[in-house]
Write a protein that binds this ligand. Structure first.
Ligand code: KIV
Length: 297
């Protein structure tokens, strides 16, 4: 693996400064965001030149095998954020605030956001929805923690939305979605994720907002894109939404490798001499002599 990440127009050495994201929007440089959940994936995303890493509560589904993101806990996100920040140095690492960690009060939201930054090493946090989340976002920003908003399909409240469905598909719903995004921006959010919304709505939101939009299933006119690690690498067997593009088939490569390993263990082809420790000849002879005399007693 290369230790020289690719350089491009918006490249800066060291941690990507948060204000650079607004500059990237102004220049028209696309922002690249990806989820990651452990130190190796953080390191690989950094090596590939990714700008933003989201320690997403999607981990509940793609890593921990749950049916939804709802049961994910703050401690789970906290641990994964610690792992990711050990691997990723340049990208800004954003910790997702899981369901139940910010809904109750501004105080609860601030306390939990501070834990993610202080104990997890996150650079910023993300929370879902408009409405009451706007006040939470404002309180967290006031406490000194950068916040990313998330509107459109918000998986934590998918039941209320009628399932994992595209959002903002009527004129009224589209206007409400853009209103929510504007309110989150006014609350101080530095960027807004737009998930599963028609391209025309994402385009209008991107024009209306001064802060960058990061799309997932929102077409090509947002200021950046985000995908889930396991979805884009073919490392997840569950249902993949239509907006996922697979850039690799890592799952197939793993099954192939494991199958060859099993075959070689069973046939005795593994391990070979190169995988085995030797000992000095005289020590081996002394050891085998001692073992023989033990056996003949
Ligand atoms: O949890 C997650 O991975 C997310 C992305 C889909 C934006 O929220």
């Amino acid at each position: 693996m290369t230790d020289k990440p690719p350089r491009y127009a918006s490249w800066t050495a060291g941690k990507l400064p948060l204000p650079e994201l607004a500059e990237m929007k102004r220049r028209g440089d696309k922002i690249v965001m990806l989820t990651a959940y452990d130190a190796p994936s953080g390191r690989l995303a950094d090596a590939a030149g990714v700008d933003l890493i989201l320690v997403g509560d999607s981990s509940g589904m793609v890593v921990h095998g749950r049916e939804s993101t709802v049961p994910v806990t703050l401690d789970e996100i906290l641990f994964m954020t610690q792992w990711v920040t050990r691997g990723a140095k340049r990208p800004l690492v954003i910790a997702d605030m899981p369901f139940g960690s910010y809904e109750t009060s501004n105080e609860q939201a601030v306390a939990n956001a501070i834990r993610l930054v202080k104990e997890g090493g996150a650079d910023a946090v993300k929370l879902e929805r408009g409405g009451t989340s706007v006040a939470r976002a404002h309180a967290i920003v006031e406490a000194g923690v950068p916040v990313m908003g998330h509107v459109g399909l918000t998986p934590q409240t998918a039941t209320v939305l009628g399932g994992f469905k595209a959002q903002g598909r009527t004129a009224d719903r589209a206007q409400q979605l853009i209103q929510d995004a504007l309110e989150l921006q006014a609350a101080g959010c530095f960027a807004i994720v737009l998930e599963a919304v028609p391209a025309a709505v994402a385009r209008a939101a991107t024009r209306a907002l001064a802060v960058p939009t990061i799309g997932i299933g929102a077409g090509g006119d947002t200021d950046g894109q985000v995908l889930v690690w396991h979805d884009m690498l073919g490392y997840y067997e569950g249902h993949a939404p239509r907006f996922v593009k697979r850039y690799a088939e890592i799952g197939d490569a793993i099954v192939d490798a494991l199958g060859r390993y099993a075959e070689e263990v069973r046939s005795g082809a593994f391990p070979e001499a190169q995988h085995t420790y030797a000992m000095p000849e005289e020590e081996r002879a002394a050891f085998e002599g001692a073992t023989d005399s033990q056996r003949s007693r």
